[in-house]
Design a protein. Structure first.
Length: 231
């Protein structure tokens, strides 16, 4: 953890919070990820070794605490009171980013692994049909792949392999478009109208499908359209 060499509280806080990956680790912890493999799911581009290093640094700084689950034989990570106070910081940072920086999803921003992880935890549980509803996502374009969401109460789950369940809904989507919908830059309806996304299944499930998802945490914030620079 590098020092700015200043006693200013902004400098001291930045030494802890503004280190690369640290804000995203705190984001994941605030969203309920506590096991190492869960943190890796939400941070697919960080190396195993670097994540372990950052967690150790945050523990030393008093931001997180490591708890050992003796029954399951694994460690879990939780925010301390000091870490919990970063909730407002993370929220304000995300709101500012959505409003002023996150104008669109660029090719370098496309990350299907994070997208599918975020989708499975941003679901309106109370709006799901009774029983289990299996949704298959087939995405194409800049990235090609497939995953499944098992939507059931009390906890939906993400599957990367076909478990053999009957499929209730199939979503065919351009990968970049699915990211834009999730980020709030495009609606489900607009994506379908432009033939960039297709939802197939029983009509009752197809109509209800968009209401099952809360979208990204900051998708409700409209980006500020900045004027073009003067020539």
């Amino acid at each position: 953890m590098r020092s700015y060499g200043q006693f200013c509280p902004v400098a001291k806080a930045s030494e802890v919070f503004a280190e690369r990956w640290t804000p995203l680790i705190v984001r994941e912890l605030l969203l309920g990820s506590h096991r190492f493999n869960e943190l890796e799911q939400g941070l697919p581009h960080i190396s195993h070794a670097l994540l372990a290093q950052r967690l150790k640094s945050l523990e030393s700084a008093g931001i997180i605490e490591r708890r050992l689950d003796l029954e399951k034989g694994r460690a879990e990570y939780y925010l301390t009171p000091a870490g919990q106070e970063l909730f407002e910081v993370v929220m304000k940072l995300g709101e500012w980013g959505q409003r002023w920086v996150n104008q669109d999803v660029r090719p370098s921003d496309v990350d299907p692994r994070f997208l599918r992880w975020d989708m499975q935890r941003r679901i309106h549980i109370d709006r799901l049909p009774q029983g289990r509803t299996v949704v298959e996502f087939d995405y194409y374009g800049s990235y090609k792949g497939r995953f499944w969401l098992l939507l059931e109460r009390p906890e939906p789950s993400l599957c990367l392999f076909d478990l053999g369940f009957d499929i209730d809904v199939v979503v065919n989507a351009d990968t970049d478009t699915l990211h834009r919908v999730w980020a709030g830059h495009m609606t489900w309806a607009d994506a379908m109208h432009q033939s960039l996304l297709e939802i197939n299944g029983p009509s009752t499930l197809v109509r209800a499908f968009p209401d099952w998802f809360a979208l990204g945490m900051f998708a409700h914030i409209p980006p500020v359209v900045q004027p073009a620079p003067a020539i």
